[in-house]
Design a protein around this ligand. Structure first.
Ligand code: 5AD
Ligand code: FES
Length: 381
């Protein structure tokens, strides 16, 4: 590692910010030693803020039907070979019930932009889920919608919303998306979500086609200034039935490096070690935690649909039951000295849990995040 790279890393740690061109320089000139230093500092930062707790979110993949046609995505509408499914509101609630019994207190409802889920339908699901499980947080990840729609969903009880910005460069955005999708609308959505009081998550794919170190520096600067509560990053993985089938996948190495940079930039951000990272590297999610991530998302979708929610090739966790997936991740977290936290795990500084009258142990920082997910067979009290 050059002295220059070392000084950039320490400055980032001290100031939680670098000029955009220096983010690009750090990325371009990185080496193994620089990555190790960054990971050590980022891990220390994660521990200082969250202790050894890793937040566990139950992921429910509600639909593989999508009206969009993003060039990278396996469930794009032009992929006539994709197997389509849609969970009914009853099936979604049943997944959440099972997840609740398994100890989860956050549910992430993620799906393609499926016109079936009108505001009326989706608000109904959110309302019922919150009614049945008032101690839980609901995260939505169902793409671009109108401000009115986001507002209605928020009023129905949704706490968080994930919408990756995908890239902060409008020209790069245009290379990843069909003409009818717009960068400006994406940004409008993210602004609206934040203004409406959602804990908002943005993010991007690492190594997406045509991405340059300058693009990544732009992504980092965007994240630094947008200050999301959550940030989802994972490697791009090609899908065989998309226009990007022949593009190289993103690397675990660069993904881990960027996770560390983001942790130093935003010490309190909720940062998942993603399924995509676990797909390109066998112990990728464990490595993600060691690089500064603090969230994992075991799959709670019904096993019969899991292979159908195929955003990219070779996705892991598609054969296991929810309890197996939970246990597997629990083991994996323990193997890196962490424990899975069961409370809602709001982003520090967000008060929605308090407003709802729920005492959230997780927000008392520095190791006070309590109680593990119960072992199989035991029901969480
Ligand atoms: N590889 C990795 N991630 C992908 N996503 C979509 N397609 C792929 C792919 N081929 C990510 C996008 C999207 C999120 C739900 O999944 O970033 O926002
Ligand atoms: Fe899902 Fe291992 S984490 S099966």
């Amino acid at each position: 590692m050059t002295e220059r790279v070392k000084s950039l890393i320490f400055r980032l740690e001290r100031e939680q910010s670098l000029p955009e061109r220096e983010y690009a320089e750090l990325i371009r000139d990185r080496d193994e030693e620089a990555a190790a230093l960054l990971a050590r500092l980022a891990s220390e930062k994660r521990r200082a803020v969250f202790g050894d707790a890793v937040y566990t979110r139950g992921l429910i993949e509600i639909s593989s039907i999508c009206k969009n046609n993003c060039l990278y995505c396996g469930i794009r509408r032009d992929n006539i070979l994709a197997e389509r499914y849609r969970l009914t509101p009853e099936e979604i609630l049943a997944c959440a019930d099972e997840g609740h019994a398994l100890g989860f207190r956050t549910f992430v409802l993620q799906g393609g932009e499926d016109p079936f889920y009108t505001d009326e339908v989706l608000c109904g699901i959110v309302r019922q889920l919150k009614e049945r499980h008032p101690d839980c947080a609901v995260t939505l990840s169902v793409g671009e919608r109108s401000r009115e729609s986001y507002q209605a969903l928020r009023e129905a009880g949704a706490d968080r919303y994930l919408l990756r910005h995908e890239t902060a460069d409008p020209d790069h955005y245009a290379k990843l998306h069909p003409r009818e999708m717009s960068f400006d609308n994406r940004m409008r959505c993210l602004r609206d979500l934040k203004e409406l009081g959602y804990q908002t998550g943005c993010g991007f794919m690492v190594g997406s086609p045509f991405q340059t170190p300058e693009n990544l520096a732009g992504d980092l600067k965007f994240i630094e200034t947008f200050r999301p509560a959550m940030c989802g990053i994972g490697p791009f993985v090609p899908h065989r039935n998309t226009p990007f089938r022949d593009h190289a996948p993103g690397t675990a190495e660069l993904t881990l490096f960027l996770l560390s940079v983001i942790r130093l930039m935003l010490p309190e951000v909720l940062l998942p070690a993603t399924t995509a990272l676990g797909t390109v590297l066998p112990r990728g999610r464990e490595a993600g935690i060691l690089a500064g991530a603090n969230v994992v998302m075991p799959n709670l979708s019904p096993v019969r649909v899991r292979k159908k929610y195929e955003l990219y090739d070779n996705k892991i966790c598609t054969g296991e039951e929810s309890a197996q997936c939970r246990d597997c991740l629990q083991q994996r977290m323990r193997s890196v000295g962490c424990f899975p936290a069961v409370d809602r795990g709001d982003a520090p500084g967000y008060t929605s849990a308090k407003k709802n009258g729920i005492i959230n142990e997780g927000r008392k920082k520095h190791g006070k995040i309590r109680s593990e997910i119960p072992e199989s067979g035991r029901i969480h009290q």
